[in-house]
Design a protein around this ligand. Sequence first.
Ligand code: HPA
Length: 274
Amino acid sequence: MMAAIREAVRHIQTRVQRRPAVAVVLGSGLGAFADELAERVDIPYAEIPGWPGSTAVGHAGKLAIGRLGGLDVAVMAGRAHLYEGYSPAQVTYGVRVLQALGVRSIVFTNAAGGINRALGRGGLVLISDHLNLQGSNPLVGPNADELGPRFPDMSEAYAPAYRETAKQVAAELGIAVTEGVYAAVLGPSYETPAEIRYLRTIGADVVGMSTVPEVIVANHMSMKVLGISCVTNMAAGILPQKINHEEVLETGAMVRDTLVRYLKSLLPRLEAQS
Ligand code: HPA
């Protein structure tokens, strides 16, 4: 795996000279931000050694590297999920490659179901903490001591300073955000109403099927993390209607412009404090 990562970095460095210290991972329906980068180089995942999907069929996605104002930024448009059958190592491969490229600050976005009744469709939630209910951990197995400790601390997995900055920038832009706990489940079926009642009881505000493995790996390597959930739908049993993937993508399209505006202001501010 370490050899594959070195090869991936080498490949990316043959395509781009930039050395971004900041990266963004875009969730379902939130891919538009990649288009904001100037002097952008798009590298299809299929081209990058070891990247999940580079051998499987039909997995779209690309790594985009370019400039945002005066800042070099890497954007992962598309990610691998455990529910697709990828291993925890594959799901977190992109984060490992970004770290090896020099990324130290990383913003994860995702689509999520709203569990907290105060939330509404289209709302943005700054992730304050998470519940890992996926039944796996990407750090299982021999520890890569050169990257981080065997038993990494997770008490500030979502950097408090980044959350403060994110709240400030949101206020300045007039974008409504709240804070909440993200519960990660395996999927791909949506939850039952009973499962949502359970998740609410144990302290979850939103639920989704991604992000947590990547955040664990990022913390292991001492990267600074911000997480933003977009409430694409209210979770099962809250509204008298079924959940469907179309609604999730539709809401993603609805908040796209707001999220792009937010990230454009936010990334330079995160970089300035890292
Ligand atoms: N549940 C789990 N994952 C999700 C949901 C949901 O309701 N919406 C978007 N991702």
